[in-house]
Design a binder for this molecule. Sequence first.
Ligand code: Q46
Ligand code: ZN
Ligand code: ZN
Length: 308
Amino acid sequence: MKCRRCGDRAALELRRHNTAFCATHFVEFFRRQVAEAVRRHRMFGPDEKILVAVSGGKDSLALWDVLIEAGYRTAGLYLDLGIDEYSRESRQRCETFAATRGQELLVERVAEAVGAPIPDVQRATRRPPCSACGLSKRYLMNRAALAHGFEVVATGHNLDDEAATLFGSVLHWQTEALARQSPVLAATHPKLVRRVKPLYRLSELETAAYAFLRRIDYIVEECPFARGATSIAHKEALSRLEEASPGAKHNFLFGFLDRARAAFERTEAVTLQECATCGQVTTGEICAFCKLAARVRGAEPASTRPDP
Ligand code: Q46
Ligand code: ZN
Ligand code: ZN
């Protein structure tokens, strides 16, 4: 296999594009795909400061690397979920990455905001931790971006993540989730920041290859709660389809974005207001995050509650 650009020995074959690249030209291809995502969806302009949500994994650190190399002004945001060893190690990867590239890293602790680390939140809600975790992450990303004057938050969701989310939403015909499935979520209220996914055109394998070639030290282990999550089953099912028919994931996601998504867009406008407790945006009186925090704090054992 030879590199399509220079004819040297290829380091990576991209079956869904029916092509191959050497290391140098793969890095170039990867960055071009990000630039194309940014341009096509008008994710941000050259002067906008971008808050990059980083988990210490390959995707978010690869994204941060691409944006720094492209000359954007960025800062990282690490959300500490309080998941023992996993959180300690992933935070350390983010700190090292930021320090070696002279970038600012903001850190928010979920335990401080919601009242307990994610494993304890699970005990309090008696539900799988991922829904409370996802809710907390979205809330804290928006809050941190507003507090520090960022208009846009970028996350490291890749093509595999997006295709798996789409697959899950289609299996249950979650029409609201289908309407929100997009590489860009516009700010629909002055207290909401834009959320963008510049890696949505790149597969998990491609982000792993980019992180490897750029010598990014990332945490290989997944969050311990990811095991057994339905999203993993959806990813596996899609990967089997991809093996049988290269390009299946790409066609599934891009076909939806190009041809079907518009059909799910909301026709009636939702009224957004400010949460009576925290002031962030919600559709009800109290936002879902404040309800979660109240539940977690209410579930604390009596001995840990401060005296009235
Ligand atoms: S949602 Fe669930 Fe992730 Fe949160 S608890 Fe871990 S697996 S980190 S993307
Ligand atoms: Zn080449
Ligand atoms: Zn609130």
